[in-house]
Design a protein around this ligand. Structure first.
Ligand SMILES: Cc1cc2nc3c(=O)[nH]c(=O)nc-3n(C[C@H](O)[C@H](O)[C@H](O)COP(=O)(O)OP(=O)(O)OC[C@H]3O[C@@H](n4cnc5c(N)ncnc54)[C@H](O)[C@@H]3O)c2cc1C
Length: 549
């Protein structure tokens, strides 16, 4: 005991929980054909909440990766050293199949189960989700080149995490990265200047720079470069089949706001060897298959971050008293927590619906494919944008403790904006909504068919749906369309989220969402649910324990 004071009125450590204690997640899993994966999701969720894994997350971030450009004799080696905790996180993610299981076992619900695993595990540590997600996403793009897919896909889908620079086809398992962004053009990849010259044996020689390439210790990368036919997608291994290192020179690692456990490099390709993937000159079309998958993971990752922040906020406020009562019982704090819970559930239910749409579109369902196209563009915009605001408010629920690294909240806070920036920053995602509407008229039909499932259930949802149709009518003026794109992406997401909550959540959550997000009665900050909202059941659902599910 301290000579001067006892410690009291501080929350106990939050550990030994399971991130799968999540009604919205488990209900979605069962509803959309992923019930067979529930036991594995629960096991992974329980592991994510252990003290051991929390410690991996802390140390992987506290000891960020270090670039070793040369060995002691001056030879280039271009290696990145990671803390052992990074490798433990990666190994656990790969063993659980988050990086590619649906490609190895094309079972109904496989993408949904994988999404649920990614969601529960990302709550432990988000940084390593980047290479896990890119490996998952590389497979559909690689399939544009069947002979490469035949050789590499089984290794990308392998559940063995086999780290180290060796010829990829001799390894037990592979990790993939993506190398598109250049100094002069990120969103606008057509501005890429990296060149690809045919070598005459089917391979190409790549010369140029990439301004951002994350997870540079990956085994293979999908790279965009200008071939004689135009922008083309290539598969580039870190190590060539003869065991020599490909000429990918890591110039430096980015000093990033967050995502610090992960490495993001600037790379020079100095006549590096790569093989074309898909039709030469159609590189954007090929790599967009990858980008669409990583965009889904941005939505899932944002939902995971919200859930993790909410859990911390609920835990702290349940154990902290101020002005004579637990914070969680103070009316205004209840409004904040309930509002955070509503946002978190809306993000989760949408993320899982999009994952289910992926399953069905992979099985050939055109309407689900169209729904996914539009829903993902809009959701990438809105859910990822809400992530940062949600993290800030959840952090504040812990007061000063939330601002201190030991709480883990700064990590969530730093990570959140990244999910909105990469794989299409806010404006680019919103403009992608316009593109989806222009190029895939079926997307809007699929969207309204989905939303229509909840028609008549809540007048505020019906009114918001009608307003959305009016907004869509304004797009016929080309001068206005871009100005309205963000508003449109927001409304498309809110109406879809509202319809899903009305159909699948509890009346209290659906009511709180419709009253605030779809009605006019909502402030701009969290904690502004209108008076009369039944906060108790919203909080009870957010606090539900596994045993009662
Ligand atoms: C930590 C981190 C890791 C990354 N890892 C990778 C990686 O592994 N591989 C990779 O290829 N890239 C990676 N990136 C790059 C990332 O994908 C890009 O930063 C992102 O796509 C934005 O591109 P940019 O930085 O060139 O910004 P810009 O394209 O210059 O965009 C700047 C701003 O302008 C907006 N904008 C762009 N076009 C328009 C328009 N037509 N109208 C209105 N607004 C517009 C954007 O929304 C954005 O807000 C990473 C980035 C970060 C931060």
């Amino acid at each position: 005991m301290s000579a001067t004071h006892d410690v009291f009125n501080q929350a106990p450590p939050l550990t030994g929980f399971t991130t799968a204690d999540d009604p919205a997640l488990l209900e979605a899993l069962r509803r959309d054909g992923g019930g067979w994966g529930e036991a594995e999701v629960r096991a992974l969720g329980a592991r994510a909440g252990t003290e051991e894994v929390q410690d991996w997350a802390r140390t992987a971030e506290a000891h960020p990766p270090v670039l070793r450009t040369h060995d002691r004799y001056g030879h280039r080696i271009d290696e990145v050293e990671f803390h052992p905790s990074w490798h433990r996180l990666m190994a656990a993610a790969v063993e659980s199949g988050q990086h590619a299981a649906p490609w190895a076992e094309a079972r109904p619900g496989a993408h949904l189960v994988r999404a649920a695993k990614f969601y529960v595990w990302a709550q432990a540590e988000p940084g390593h989700g980047c290479p896990v997600s890119m490996t998952y996403a590389a497979v559909p793009a690689l399939r544009a080149q069947p002979e490469l897919a035949a050789a590499y896909e089984p290794l990308l889908a392998s559940r063995t995490y086999d780290y180290g620079l060796r010829p990829p086809l001799g390894k037990q398992g592979l990790i993939a990265g993506m190398s598109m962004t250049e100094k002069q053009g990120g969103s606008d990849v057509r501005a890429n200047t990296t060149t690809a010259v045919p070598a005459g044996d089917g391979s190409y020689v790549i010369t140029g720079h990439k301004w951002f390439t994350s997870a540079p210790m990956s085994d293979v990368f999908l790279v965009l470069a200008q071939a004689p036919e135009g922008l083309t997608c290539f598969l580039m291994p870190r190590v060539l089949p003869d065991g020599t290192r490909n000429a990918m020179h890591l110039q430096r690692l980015k000093d990033k706001l967050g995502n610090r456990s992960n490495a993001s490099a600037e790379i020079e390709y100095e006549q590096a060897v790569a093989w074309p993937v898909g039709e030469p000159g159609r590189g954007v079309r090929t790599i967009v298959e990858m980008v669409n998958m990583t965009r889904l993971d941005c939505v899932i990752g944002s939902a995971a971050g919200m859930r993790a922040g909410l859990r911390q906020a609920l835990h702290h406020t349940a154990h902290r008293k101020a002005f004579g009562a637990e914070l969680i019982d103070q009316p205004l704090m209840r409004n904040v927590l309930a509002d955070l819970a509503v946002e978190s559930e809306a993000a989760t239910v949408l993320a899982m619906r999009l994952a289910a749409a992926l399953d069905r579109s992979e099985a050939g369902d055109a309407a689900e494919s169209a729904l996914r196209r539009l829903g993902l563009a809009a959701g990438k915009y809105w859910v990822c944008k809400r992530g940062a605001t949600h993290a800030a408010e959840a952090l504040e629920c812990l007061g000063g403790n939330g601002y201190v690294e030991e709480s883990g909240m700064p990590r969530l806070y730093r990570e959140a904006p990244l999910l909105s920036i990469w794989e299409g920053s806010g404006n680019v995602a919103a403009l992608d909504v316009l593109r989806a509407l222009a190029k895939e008229p079926a997307a809007l039909d699929a969207y309204f068919a989905e939303v229509g499932e909840a028609a008549g259930a809540d007048p505020r949802l019906d009114a918001a749906t009608a307003r959305l149709r009016d907004l869509l009518g304004e797009l016929s003026d080309p001068g206005r369309a871009q100005l309205l794109a963000r508003r449109l992406a927001e409304q498309l997401t809110l109406v879809l989220q509202g319809s899903l909550l009305v159909r699948h959540s509890t009346p209290a959550v659906a009511d709180a969402f419709c009253a605030s997000r779809l009605g006019a009665d909502w402030g701009h900050a969290f904690g502004t649910l209108p008076p009369g909202t039944d906060l108790g059941p919203v909080l009870e659902r957010a606090l539900l324990k596994e045993a009662s599910l």
